[in-house]
Ligand binder design. Structure first.
Ligand code: IMP
Ligand code: MG
Length: 180
């Protein structure tokens, strides 16, 4: 499929699964060296990172790792910054641990900054961020990305976990919105 339609919008293939898979393999190589013996807790950010996390874990083959899942809900608060993010489902003890957050894409960076701060607040010894995709031109906050699979232009994409209005997450390749 080179061109797809989701709801009312057209998308064109922009990253093939073989390229995504290669980027994940390279990330796994680096991680294996860095994390050997650290009893790492991986945290997969739902829903978007499910496919990335699954492929990365299979490549990593660490025998002392654990994986957990975290959902983030955004809602408008009454404070001045407007939006509050709540972390749901994290029951593990974080204190003193090496934590690696697995995210599908870093856009403005707000989500990862919030997750990072909250994990540090919960007492993590170190928090690393691994994102499959990164839009450098969209970044708005000061944040360190320890592992980046692929840098992409500032366009809206779907596939490999990412959705447009709930559709497209299941697709193996990544597609870019065709501008009208
Ligand atoms: P950030 O907080 O602005 O970095 O946004 C990160 C979140 O926005 C990701 O976890 C995605 O859920 C979503 N997002 C950002 N860019 C895209 C995109 O191009 N397609 C689909 N979802 C996106
Ligand atoms: Mg997401």
């Amino acid at each position: 499929m080179n061109r797809i339609k989701l709801w009312d919008k057209e998308f064109e293939i922009s990253l093939k699964y073989s390229d995504i898979n290669q980027a994940i393999k390279e990330m796994a190589e680096k991680m294996r060296v860095d994390l050997q013996g650290k009893e790492t807790l991986f945290i997969c950010i739902l829903n978007g990172a499910f496919m990335f996390a699954s492929e990365l874990m299979k490549e990593l083959e660490l025998t002392d790792a654990e994986i957990s899942f975290l959902k983030i809900t955004s809602y408008s608060g009454s404070n001045s910054s407007g939006e509050i993010k709540e972390l749901i489902g994290l029951n593990e003890v974080i204190t003193g641990r090496t934590v690696v957050v697995l995210e599908d894409i870093v856009d403005t960076g707000n989500t990862m900054k919030e997750v990072y701060d909250q994990l540090i607040f919960k007492g993590a010894r170190e928090v690393k961020i691994a994102t499959l995709l990164f839009k450098p031109q969209a970044l708005k906050v000061d944040i360190t990305l320890d592992y980046v699979g692929l840098e992409i232009p500032n366009d809206f994409i779907v596939g490999f976990g990412l959705d447009y209005d709930r559709r497209g997450r299941n697709l193996k390749d990544i597609y870019t919105l065709v501008s009208e």
